[in-house]
Design a protein around this ligand. Structure first.
Ligand code: COA
Length: 112
């Protein structure tokens, strides 16, 4: 599932959210991207993240939510931890950030 958000006043595209579920094992990997920096830091990310993750769990379709980000992405880590996700794995030096190795942090939350 992929959802697109747009500015209600201007119609400009502002971001996307994705949810990829395995229907047999029932984990669901969730992602978010607010593409335009003008929209960062205004609470939209947390609102959207909470709405999607709560909906996925409340519908009973999902057994486990997963998500991940670069260790340098403090805002994303805040979103995940505030939604009740806990760090479950680290892939050390998995990607390059400005030419330097950066860890990828994996977070998860069980529906119950
Ligand atoms: C990550 C992202 C979704 C956050 O959305 P946002 O709307 O900017 O975030 P919000 O305003 O809802 O809240 C972010 C919170 O993180 C906090 N935060 C910001 N930078 C931080 C940092 N370096 N360390 C810790 N917390 C940080 C903010 O202070 C805010 O908390 P507050 O409400 O107490 O002030 C958005 O910045 C984005 O799309 N970035 C680009 C794509 C991306 O990184 N996607 C995720 C990777 S998979």
């Amino acid at each position: 599932m992929k959802a697109y958000a747009q500015d209600a006043a201007t119609g400009a595209a502002s971001g996307t959210m994705t949810a990829y579920a395995n229907l047999h094992h029932k984990p669901c990997d969730v992602g978010i991207m607010i593409g335009a920096r003008d929209y960062w830091g205004a609470g939209y990310g947390q609102d959207a993240w909470d709405a999607l993750t709560r909906w996925l769990i409340s519908e009973g379709r999902v057994r486990k939510l997963t998500a991940g980000c670069l260790a340098a992405n403090g805002a994303m880590i805040t979103l995940m931890e505030r939604s009740g996700m806990a760090r479950e794995a680290v892939r050390a030096g998995q990607e390059l950030l400005d030419g330097e190795p950066c860890d990828i942090l994996h977070y998860a939350k069980f529906a119950r």
